[in-house]
Design a protein around this ligand. Structure first.
Ligand SMILES: *[C@@H]1O[C@H](CO)[C@@H](O)[C@H](O)[C@H]1NC(C)=O
Ligand SMILES: *[C@@H]1O[C@H](CO)[C@@H](O)[C@H](O)[C@H]1NC(C)=O
Ligand SMILES: *[C@@H]1O[C@H](CO)[C@@H](O)[C@H](O)[C@H]1NC(C)=O
Ligand SMILES: CC(=O)N[C@H]1CO[C@H](CO)[C@@H](O)[C@@H]1O
Ligand SMILES: CC(=O)N[C@H]1CO[C@H](CO)[C@@H](O)[C@@H]1O
Ligand SMILES: [Zn+2]
Ligand SMILES: [Zn+2]
Ligand SMILES: [Zn+2]
Ligand SMILES: [Zn+2]
Length: 801
């Protein structure tokens, strides 16, 4: 996903292994990225490019004129099954394969408007009706669609426009008497009904925003730091000789305080785990739904009503505005490269987009520095082996008598401020010396092939206006000089991304259909570059939490941070999810450092006991079992001893049994599921420590099953037990705890246990506001539950027919 597809990866590694040792050595010891790029790209052969092209063809991103009809028919089937979401997505796929101003696109939009109408998304429905008309919806079908439009306007409480639509409809009807009249009469009755009610509604709507008002507090930085853009004044940029750049608290910070709110410099949506279609066989049309169908490719907003790029079937947006902005900034260059970019992976795509977006910033300046760099290397012996240093020294751009004045902190502008811009991105560390030579070779060849495609697509214009004359002709034997510079920049970004790419995540609700409680899971939606957040150093037990709304990341304190302490976040391996050895290994291989965070220090000194959530208990006295291959009871008077293998086998068996129970739960056989789960629970309690995570999962499943049966009391009792396990493992203010409290709140709410529900809502709100932000869906839902319980005026959902 991040790196190129496996076929290309193994092809290049094979190529690398066949290189003469002397060539390998030259690449491995090359002093600058420019040299790595030059040496590698001179080895890219036409047959390599052919192979890459054949892989790219597996991703079909063009428009297929036969596809709209196919998707419309598939959508109609889903519609019949009342799966309106599924239908809307299939109609969207039809839209994305249609050319503008064709009957195909108009029909797809019109069909989608019907699905959106049934989903209650009236605004989106109206927009689709407008789009259908704009693209030439056939006159003969118009009355049916106008009827839907009027109904939407009625539902939205816009009676004047509804009457106007009715008038249009009537004049259309007199010219073609094909439409059955009964739905039309129903509509007129609804309209009449609505007109009566409209004034009362308006009064209710005015009271509504007050309920959510306090959720909107604390959404913006109260005061921005003068030194770091997108950060609050509680944050300053430190430079510790041993740690490099880092963020430090300038005053005492309380849990929940917003520290950084940064929009991604660029982000690239991850299309989802949909493998390419094997060429030549099977259907070329994919009916599976992926994140690429559900989120705007620019702003990452969730939407069922996407508008596609006019040129390809891949890029889709939430609005014409996003479509236009994406085209201007980057998609006009990327559109023709869709399949290649999917083959080369997200990092390559992000690298390209960084340079494309940079054209509108100070890229020219950076490119000139790169040129100088390449030039000076060709002419004289470089003073510094570190191109970053050489570059950043000059970036301050205050040349006094021919010598560059060193800017104090890399990435800062002339004014000394660190900002979310290309200069800061460019100065993120590429860790050139830490990457393996094969990896650099893979990245360089991928980037080189991409450059050739850019060139073939006529993109000399990309670097127009740059002083390419500064480059010696000898530097780039094959590529034009501009593209060579472009290639070096792309390679640099690709290497930077391994340590600096930030996963943009979202919470997806996975609710069972019949049960009312929903679980949520975090999914990775996109990869982004956030130069300010990249300044945060890692801790396995961090004092902040990061969350996202679209492409905007917010970092909040999750604990009290004292003035002068470093602000830390977790790069992935968190203390509550991985043991110390696995964490150290991951951080070392991906980020190239030995973690010495507080958690790692304390754990390294503690005895290497297994964590409590993996611990076993004595079957005779329930005390904790301890030891290596043979575990013995920790209670002094007991002599019980068991082999670890035996316990591991029992655990595997238990997990098989709970797997079966989960299948029963999924297929709705609730009584059987409960019976099976109760058996698992008894078994688990006989040998697992009370805080073992498997025991917690069983309790959680039992809670789900009872909730589905509507037995809220039992459901809540089981969830309480699951909650204690989650708390022991992840801590009382962790995001996992927040989600578990959210579930408990839903159950208590449904069971109408008012005081317990209110106190649980309160706890869930406190925890989730830190991790998900005070405006997240969960918080809003909690607030609605609270206002319901407190008997506030109900939140109007719009006048339903
Ligand atoms: C989709 O459009 C076609 C053509 O107008 C129509 O026959 C069909 O009923 C529509 N499907 C839905 C679900 O509205
Ligand atoms: C049908 O309604 C549309 C308005 O949506 C109008 O532009 C068109 O002229 C009408 N057609 C007839 C025949 O009245
Ligand atoms: C990490 O520790 C190992 C062994 O303790 C050492 O060899 C290595 O140089 C260290 N790496 C870094 C980046 O400090
Ligand atoms: C990304 C980053 O800056 N990591 C640094 C965090 O701090 C340790 C030392 O404590 C450095 O080795 C890392 O490079
Ligand atoms: C609880 C915890 O780990 N808090 C830490 C937050 O980060 C600072 C480092 O700057 C630590 O000192 C705190 O202990
Ligand atoms: Zn958008
Ligand atoms: Zn496109
Ligand atoms: Zn650590
Ligand atoms: Zn015992």
């Amino acid at each position: 996903m991040d790196l190129p597809v496996d076929e290309w990866k193994s092809y290049i590694l094979q190529k690398w292994s066949l290189l003469p040792t002397a060539v390998q050595l030259t690449i491995a010891t090359a002093e600058t990225l420019s040299d790595v790029f030059l040496l590698s790209s001179s080895l890219l052969q036409p047959e390599d490019e052919m192979f890459l092209k054949s892989l790219s063809r597996g991703y079909f991103v063009g428009k297929d004129p036969a596809a709209p009809l196919f998707y419309r028919e598939e959508g109609n089937k889903k519609f019949q099954e009342k799966d309106y979401t599924g239908a809307a997505v299939l109609y969207s796929k039809g839209v994305s394969h249609s050319r503008p101003h064709t009957e195909d696109i108009a029909l797809c939009y019109a069909n989608r408007s019907a699905a959106l109408f049934h989903l209650g998304q009236f605004e989106a429905c109206l927009e689709d009706i407008g789009r259908a008309q704009l693209h030439g919806y056939p006159e003969r079908l118009l009355p049916k669609m106008l009827l839907r439009k009027a109904e939407c306007l009625v539902a939205l409480g816009r009676p004047q426009e509804a009457s106007q639509t009715i008038t249009d409809l009537e004049s259309n009807l007199t010219s073609q008497a094909s439409l059955a009249l009964s739905p039309f009469q129903t509509l007129q009755r609804n309209l009449h009904h609505l007109k009566m009610k409209v004034r009362d509604k308006e009064a209710v709507m005015e009271t509504f925003p007050a309920v959510l008002a306090n959720a909107l507090e604390n959404m913006d930085l109260r005061e921005e730091s003068e030194q770091v853009s997108s950060a609050s004044s509680s944050v300053s940029l430190g430079t510790d000789p041993s740690k490099g750049r880092c963020l430090v608290a300038t005053k005492d910070v309380l849990p929940g305080e917003l520290l950084v709110k940064e929009d991604a410099f660029v982000s690239v949506l991850i299309p989802g785990e949909v493998p390419p279609l094997p060429h030549g066989l099977g259907s070329r049309w994919d009916t599976r739904i992926s994140n690429g169908d559900l989120y705007c490719h620019r702003c990452l907003k969730h939407t069922l009503a996407t508008v596609p790029c006019d040129g390809c079937s891949y890029a889709k947006y939430c609005s014409l505005e996003c479509l236009r902005r994406a085209w201007e900034l980057y998609h006009s260059a990327e559109c023709a490269l869709g399949g290649l970019l999917l083959t080369l992976g997200i990092f390559c795509h992000v690298a390209l987009r960084l340079t494309l977006v940079a054209r509108f910033q100070d890229f020219g300046k950076v490119i000139r520095k790169l040129c100088d760099e390449i030039n000076s290397r060709a002419v004289c012996v470089p003073e510094s082996k570190d191109p970053v240093k050489t570059l950043s020294n000059g970036l301050g751009e205050r040349e006094t008598s021919g010598t560059a004045v060193e800017t104090p902190i890399p990435g800062c502008g002339v004014n000394g401020k660190y900002e979310n811009n290309y200069n800061a991105v460019f100065n993120l560390l590429p860790q050139t010396e830490n990457h393996s030579p094969e990896h650099k070779f893979l990245c360089a060849l991928s980037v080189s092939a991409l450059c050739k495609q850019l060139q073939a697509a006529g993109f000399q214009a990309l670097t127009a206006g740059l002083k390419s004359s500064k480059l010696k002709a000898a530097v780039a034997p094959d590529l034009c000089p501009d593209l060579h510079v472009w290639g070096v920049a792309l390679l640099r970004h690709m290497l930077q991304l391994q340590c600096n790419a930030q996963a943009i995540t979202t919470i997806q609700q996975t609710g069972s259909k019949e049960g009312i409680i929903t679980s949520s899971r975090q999914v990775r939606l996109a990869t982004g570059v956030f130069p300010v957040i990249s300044l945060l150093n890692h801790s396995c037990s961090p004092n902040t939490s990061v969350s996202f709304v679209g492409t905007v990341a917010t970092v909040r304190a999750s604990q009290h941070i004292r003035r002068g302490q470093e602000i830390l976040h977790c790069y992935g391996p968190h203390v509550s999810r991985l043991g110390i050895a696995a964490r150290q290994q991951k951080l070392k291989s991906q980020y190239f450092f030995n973690c010495s965070c507080l958690a790692c220090q304390t754990e390294a000194h503690a005895t290497a006991a297994a964590p409590r959530w993996e611990a076993f208990c004595c079957s005779s006295c329930r005390a904790l079992l301890q030891g290596g291959d043979v575990l013995s009871c920790s209670s002094g008077s007991c002599t019980e001893a068991v082999s670890r293998d035996h316990l591991a086998a029992r655990l595997r068996d238990l997990q098989r049994q709970t797997g079966l129970a989960r299948e029963l739960l999924r297929s709705g056989e609730l009584e059987k599921a409960i019976q099976q789960l109760s058996g698992c629970q008894r078994d688990a309690e006989s040998f697992l420590w009370a805080e073992h995570s498997v025991l917690g999962e069983i309790e959680d499943d039992l809670a789900q099953a009872y909730a589905a049966l509507g037995d809220w009391k039992k459901s809540a009792a089981h969830l309480q037990k699951s909650l204690t396990v989650v708390e022991a493992r992840h801590g009382p203010s962790s995001v996992e705890m927040g989600h578990e409290l959210f579930k408990l709140a839903q159950i208590l709410f449904n069971g109408f246990e008012v005081p317990e529900a209110l106190s649980t809502i309160q706890k869930a709100e406190t925890v989730l506001a830190v991790h998900c932000g005070p405006c997240s869906d969960e918080i809003q839902e909690l607030q609605q539950m609270k206002s319901c319980l407190l008997d506030l005026p109900p939140v109007p959902v719009g006048p339903s027919a």
